[in-house]
Design a protein around this ligand. Sequence first.
Ligand SMILES: Nc1ncnc2c1ncn2[C@@H]1O[C@H](COP(=O)(O)OP(=O)(O)OP(=O)(O)O)[C@@H](O)[C@H]1O
Ligand SMILES: [Mg+2]
Length: 250
Amino acid sequence: MPKYIAVAGKGGTGKTTFASLIIKYLIQNNKGTVLAVDADPNANLSEVLGMEVTTTISELLEQTKDPKSVPVGMSKEVFIEYKLQQSLVETKNLDLLVMGNPQGAGCYCYANDLLRKYLERLSSGYDYVVVDTEAGLEHISRRTIPQVDWLFVISDASARGVRSAGRIHELVQSLGSAVKSELLIVTKTKKDSLANLEDEITATGIALIGDIPYDESIATYDEEGKPLFELPNNNAAVNAAKEILVKESI
Ligand SMILES: Nc1ncnc2c1ncn2[C@@H]1O[C@H](COP(=O)(O)OP(=O)(O)OP(=O)(O)O)[C@@H](O)[C@H]1O
Ligand SMILES: [Mg+2]
């Protein structure tokens, strides 16, 4: 069984940045093989990882909706599985799946069911599955992602961000046992951010595990479109992420 780590939060808070810092930590410390799953409809994990993505799961499933698309002699199930396999981007220790936009009107339940089974089987071949997801936690609530060992709820250093993390906490509670450990991370912090936000943080009901300081080189890398994966190991944000992950024995 792989260990599942998910990162969730309001838009723009630093989810994808933190997800990439987790992946960087796992790979550099030889923690094993990693499957990265971009489950945010506004997908951009591939860019911070510096990986080329040609298609998404949603696009591939869309192509299987028309019964005429199924090759003669092939069952629909085999065809969908074949399509799903095409979505995996592979490198040495790190593979990437991009979910893409949610499907249009109506639930394409049959394909979702196959996707769930496919993901479960695929995930079992990795040591870690790292999921970058949106605030609605759709893939976790639908169980496309079967379970989460650590859910890092990301907030930026604003009262609004922290309150939004509190709302995610309510959603997580409604998911029951699917999420084992839920932890809050405040990102883009400056000197007094945590002290100023203390009451708001307590009000979320989520345990604060640490913060990622505002880091000029992250902003610069993003401006230049450079993968965050290439940040030097002495970078403050890289080290702050490492400290959090070590604390959790990840
Ligand atoms: N620690 C940090 N220091 C400085 N800038 C940061 C830091 N973390 C994130 N940012 C910046 O904040 C912006 C949003 O970050 P990121 O894309 O990681 O957030 P997100 O929550 O994944 O956003 P989205 O909802 O759009 O997917 C980016 O411009 C990024 O450069
Ligand atoms: Mg993102």
